[in-house]
Write a protein that binds this ligand. Structure first.
Ligand SMILES: *Cc1c(COP(=O)(O)O)cnc(C)c1O
Length: 239
């Protein structure tokens, strides 16, 4: 087994075990493999191993890697294990001037965190006759993070995005603080989960609101406990 295959298997086994511990169906937890530090060869390998949800945090790089991978899939399409297509997730901070570029390549944008960005994505989507799926990124840690809407603003922002005809708000995304203190990580995921339940329970964003994107290499097993439906994992697989 290659190094990457081994690491991927460990991650998948850990996900299955964490789900089993709390009685969750592992099929309801989507692994997004974060490729930002991976070479094209490594990306091709995880795709051949069955990973079809991939994530990048920079628009320009996402576009390039997506094109290169598409070319690879097209030339190898008759080989076993080659999927017809992959789904790209834009997980990093998004500047409004890059919004147009991302619409064409990303199937889910995790990082909508301001009204202005949502409005820009909505109007660009309208021009292209798209209904773009987005997550509202919230800042659930007390750390001064660059991105993520403050928890106190999230419900109102969700309401506003929920009224935009060319966006579909399908959930929340958050990043726990980078710390070995598990209590801090847990309290962040608890907050995200509470907000998620509130927005869903009050039907603020419609019935498509179902995703909670949280959990990275350091903390994905904890995130599963708190209801994560999308995990974004890079270094546990690639380095
Ligand atoms: C890089 C990144 C990840 C993956 O982090 P790892 O620790 O490598 O698993 C997840 N989410 C976002 C937003 C990232 O930028």
């Amino acid at each position: 087994m290659s190094k990457i295959a081994e690491r991927l298997t460990i991650v998948q086994d850990n996900i299955a075990a964490a789900c089993a511990r709390i009685g969750r169906n592992p099929e309801k937890v989507q692994l997004v493999v974060v490729t930002k530090t991976a070479s094209m060869e490594d990306i091709q390998e995880v795709v051949r191993l069955g990973c079809t949800h991939l994530g990048e945090n920079r628009v320009q790089h996402l576009k390039q890697v997506a094109e290169d991978l598409d070319a690879y899939l097209a030339t190898h399409k008759d080989e076993p294990g080659i999927p017809q297509k992959v789904h790209w997730h834009m997980i990093g901070h998004l500047q409004r001037n890059k919004a147009k570029l991302v619409l064409k390549v990303a199937s889910l944008i995790h990082s909508v965190d301001t009204l202005r960005l949502a409005e820009e994505l909505n109007s660009l989507s309208a021009k292209q006759d798209l209904r773009t799926e987005v997550l509202l990124q919230i800042n659930c840690s007390d750390e001064l993070q660059k991105s993520g809407a403050p928890v106190g603003a999230a419900v109102h922002l969700a309401e506003q995005i929920g009224t935009m005809p060319n966006l579909r708000l399908v959930g929340l995304m958050t990043m726990a603080p980078l710390t070995l203190n598990k209590d801090l990580v847990r309290s962040c995921f608890v907050r995200a989960r509470e907000l998620f339940e509130e927005i869903r329970g009050e039907k603020i964003a419609g019935n498509k609101f179902r995703h909670l994107s949280m959990g990275m290499s350091q903390d994905y097993e904890i995130a599963i406990e708190y209801g994560a439906t999308i995990l974004r994992i890079g270094s546990a697989i690639f380095s």
